[in-house]
Design a protein around this ligand. Sequence first.
Ligand SMILES: O=C[C@H](O)COP(=O)(O)O
Length: 346
Amino acid sequence: MSTTDLTPTGTNVAGDTAHLPQITPQTHEPRNPGMALDLDIVRGQQVNTSAVERRCATLPGRRSVKKDHQAAWLLKAITMIDLTTLAGDDTAGRVRRLCAKAAHPVRQDLLDAMGMGSQSPTRITTGAVCVYHDMIEPAVAALDGTGIPVAAVSTGFPAGLSPFHLRVKEIEESVKAGAKEIDIVISRRHVLSGDWQALYDEMAEFRATCGEAHVKAILATGELGSLRNVAKASQVCMMAGADFIKTSTGKESVNATLPVSLVMIRAIRDYYARTGYRVGYKPAGGISKAKDALVYLSLIKEELGNHWLSNHLFRFGASSLLGDIERQLEHHVTGNYSASWRHAIG
Ligand SMILES: O=C[C@H](O)COP(=O)(O)O
């Protein structure tokens, strides 16, 4: 593969003749300013669960891209990863290793073989590195000069049950420490009790506290009870100014799924149709295989279009996906699969 293969000439992930993904980042989106809470829209959200499940069941089987096209899509997927470590035993050393991997996510010999080496105008890095507050400082230092932002999980992640003023304070501290993206967790109880005003107010204050830092609203969809609640919570968070809506913390018993993704993606589509603002999407938790990443990208392309195939509007929250993608790229280049330990992350 050469960089020219990344120009719009080939078969794409949806199997038609439209464009291959562009690695070069698109220009920044205008931020979603939010809008007043519109309860008619929120209460009017409907989800046909069996139709959603039918649509999602057919996706993995019928979407496939091969050879150079697959490698191009996988390189693109790397640029959309929030490379994550959220463990109680995180250390500065582990975070520095993760950051080194974020800056150089694919072995040089593999990039060279794909025509994406040092001569290429395109540099492949992950979209961000995602850590807990205490790991922001080593991450910011390790990523200095790379252009890769640090994302911090916040607001009492993962449960979001600490006192409200401390959740707000945590955002302030993380922004001060250098996080450019803040992944907040919503109060699930506001969704489960249908208190949309409380959810809106909380989200609006989190967004205001983030200032210039972009805010991703983690819905923890596995704890919201129904797809209809997922649709409603998505709308409320976007109305309150979320830059991204994100499925999960990775700590719930059910994390990112295709049905939840379809519901959230369609909420984003509705919001764009209504307001003209594009909100980003971040599935997170349990996405660890390259082939799953391709299915997610095909869903985005079909439901939202090429514009969303940019790391300004789409991220994977994942700790081990990059290792599998690198393994598949090695197979693409050499014809052999290596052991997964050869592509260790962090
Ligand atoms: O937001 C990211 C998730 O916590 C990562 O989850 P994972 O370890 O299942 O990839």
